[in-house]
Write a protein that binds this ligand. Structure first.
Ligand SMILES: Nc1ncnc2c1ncn2[C@@H]1O[C@H](COP(=O)(O)OP(=O)(O)OP(=O)(O)O)[C@@H](O)[C@H]1O
Ligand SMILES: [Mg+2]
Length: 655
């Protein structure tokens, strides 16, 4: 007897709903996407009890023609694609014709809608997938959909939901992403009649980001605007000091669609290479526009993941976009600006009297960024604070955002001018610097660090920051001056960066050679470690680390790169192999190269090493010639700047 039957539409919709509607946030996502596809410029989202009791989304988009309204609740009914050619050039957020029937299958839904050409609107009630009522009704142009009692007929679903706070968090998170995706749309989000988010909808990403993350945070971000033949990349990229302990603060939109992408995240991390401390991640919002045929959005049921056809090109483009955005801005941390309470408690009252003698022991290195991190506004969302600070008046929100932009823009411009100088023509390149450095390179006084001097002699291009060392403090810092103020330079970090760049260039130009180890290093490895090492042996050998296997898990290291000359080569080799075996290696060559260079940098001058004036000159000159002299290879700051104006303000010479 035949057993197979085609299931009813109602049952099919209920099953499909399992994939599309996982939680209240999925309903908000689908309704918002529909509103955006309908060309809305204003969208109001209201929730009761995190959306479990009620979700209402109202837009001023195109509306749905009265004859189409029942069809919108049929599965696979869509106005967005017609044939399979469209499927590979999708320009809308929706295209499956699944969302409305799925939502309606697991809730009590009401839709009110009117197009611009209709006199009256349509109102339809759907309960558990069945149309229960349809009337002609007065309605504004656009669409308003209310979803009540979500999952009332699939109670098992309710069990999987998390706490109300968590569910609300998912909704807010998604609406924030949409607000960042479409700065030209004004969003308002209410929960239990409390305004949680409002964006001005004026098309400026900075204003939308200010509404989402707060003014202080976006002040620490650079604008990204980059394009080539295939891609247009815009958005905001955090300055390196704005960094986070987890990876969730890089947000990507592709042709206006919010997506998650490890490829793009990795590209961003590469762009910040050496700019961030270890285990810290950047903050960015990137919009990528590309030909729809270069991206496949139909690879994931929730459309959150996409596939790019030219992954490598895209990755390089993203890196370039971010790098060029960051290069527009000075990355030198400002000393005085960082004293939060300086206005109320002048520095002079807090600073202890200078010691008459310098400490004999090595002073403890300040933990990187402890102050900076304290100052950084948290990305943790503080709803009440934002709501109280916000205004329910869209005009006021827009004005506040415009004010923010002006302040931000001016701040950034001022900072830029202070370092690179609009008035650079008045700051002549300081001839004595290079003259002194070159002279010093020829006549090394006793005890002068030759490596520092050699690097100065190798320097070719004109310095970007022009400063003159005047003294060394605490055995650790070079104090330098220019007409733009004082600079405090961490001598170890500075020299480490100079060496890093020098060795990186040598490696790139294949200017390194094997240095035989007098006593080869012996390694005993487990079988999985052996396998891993064997797979990297050819790269290691190209990079002058000769590894020889003699027996199953026994290896001899016979040579190391000559840039390690003078260092504890045995220890460095053992460390490098250990790290190599520990890491998940994606790009082994890049990883090994980086580790070789980082280890070579151990020869950098240490703290508590007193420098002659020539050495300081040489170091500053070298530093000034680097593309990025602001952060060391570990991402820590190298230079702190105290502008002339800041000093005058501190001493109350100007008010
Ligand atoms: N807010 C709205 N304004 C105008 N038309 C809408 C709106 N919401 C839905 N529609 C219409 O209803 C149709 C069905 O919507 P539904 O969300 O189910 O499918 P879709 O958006 O086409 O695809 P997907 O399932 O991928 O979201 C849409 O194609 C659209 O024509
Ligand atoms: Mg849709």
């Amino acid at each position: 007897m035949a057993k197979i039957q085609v299931m009813s539409d109602l049952l099919a919709n209920k099953i499909a709903a399992g994939e599309v509607v996982e939680r209240p946030a999925s309903v908000v996502k689908e309704l918002l996407e529909n509103s955006l596809d309908a060309g809305a410029t204003e969208i109001l989202i209201e929730l009761q009890q995190a959306g479990l009791e009620m979700i209402r989304v109202a837009d001023n988009g195109s509306g749905i023609d009265s004859s189409d309204v029942p069809l919108a609740f049929e599965r696979h009914a869509t106005s967005k694609i017609l044939d399979d050619k469209d499927l590979f050039r999708i320009q809308t957020l929706g295209f499956r014709g699944e969302a409305l029937p799925s939502i309606a299958a697991v809730s009590r839904l009401q839709i009110k809608t009117r197009t611009s050409t209709e006199q009256a609107g349509t109102c339809l009630h759907v309960e558990a997938g069945r149309i229960t009522d349809s009337t002609v009704s007065a309605a504004k142009q656009g669409t308003e959909i209310s979803v009540q009692d979500l999952f009332f007929n699939t109670p098992a679903r309710l069990k999987y939901l998390k706490s109300m706070q968590t569910e609300l968090g998912h909704v807010v998170d998604f609406v924030e992403k949409m607000a960042l995706a479409r700065p030209e749309v004004a969003f308002r989000l209410y929960h239990n009649d409390r305004l949680l988010l409002q964006t001005p909808g004026d098309g400026v990403i900075l204003h939308a980001a200010a509404a989402v993350y707060g003014r202080e945070l976006v002040k620490q971000m650079a604008s990204v605007a980059w394009e080539n033949y295939d891609y247009r990349i815009t958005g905001l990229a955090g300055f390196p000091e704005l960094n986070r302990a987890n990876r969730n603060h890089c947000t990507f939109f592709v042709n206006g669609r919010y997506i998650k992408s490890y490829l793009l995240f990795q590209a961003v991390v590469n762009a910040y290479h050496t700019l961030l401390p270890i285990n810290r991640y950047p903050v960015c919002i990137l919009h990528i526009q590309l030909d729809p045929s270069l991206v496949d959005v139909n690879v994931h049921p929730t459309k959150l993941e996409v596939r790019f056809s030219e992954e490598k090109d895209l990755s390089i483009s993203v890196q370039q976009a971010i790098r060029s955005a960051l290069e527009q801005h000075s990355l030198v941390p400002k000393a005085v600006a960082k004293q939060i309470a300086s206005e109320r408690q002048p520095q002079t009252q807090q600073t202890p009297l200078p010691q008459t003698s310098l400490p004999q022991t090595q002073p403890e290195q300040p933990a990187f960024g402890s102050k900076q991190r304290m100052r950084q506004p948290s990305l943790k969302f503080d709803y009440p604070a934002r709501v109280n600070g916000g205004s329910s008046d869209p005009k006021a929100a827009r004005e506040a955002a415009i004010h923010l932009y002006q302040t931000t823009h001016t701040d950034q411009q001022t900072a830029k001018n202070q370092i690179h100088g609009e008035n650079q023509s008045t700051v002549e390149p300081s001839a004595p610097f290079s003259a002194e450095a070159t002279a010093a390179a020829k006549h090394l006084p006793d005890g002068t660090d030759e490596s520092v001097m050699e690097e100065a002699a190798e320097a070719k291009e004109a310095p970007a920051i022009r400063f003159r060392p005047i003294a060394q403090a605490l055995g650790m810092y070079v104090i330098a001056e220019s007409v733009e103020g004082l600079y405090i330079i961490d001598q170890h970090a500075a020299h480490e960066k100079v060496l890093y760049e020098k060795f990186r260039n040598r490696l790139r130009e294949k200017q390194i050679h094997p240095l035989p180890l007098l006593v080869p290093l012996t390694l005993e490895l487990s079988s999985s470690e052996s396998e891993k090492l064997v797979s990297q042996m050819s790269i290691l050998s190209e990079l002058c680390i000769e590894v020889e296997q003699f027996g199953r898990g026994s290896f001899l290291i016979r040579s190391v790169p000559d840039i390690w000359d003078g260092l504890d080569t045995q220890r460095l080799t053992a460390e490098l192999i250990d790290e190599l075996l520990m890491e998940q290696v994606k790009d082994p060559r890049a990883l090994i190269e980086d580790k070789i260079i980082m280890k070579a940098c151990k020869s950098a001058i240490k703290a508590n090493r007193w420098l002659s004036m020539q050495e300081m000159n040489a170091l500053c000159e070298q530093l000034a010639k680097l593309e990025n002299p602001y952060t060391c290879p570990h991402g820590r700051p190298i230079i702190i700047h105290m502008s002339t104006y800041d000093l005058e303000k501190q001493f109350k010479r100007v008010m």
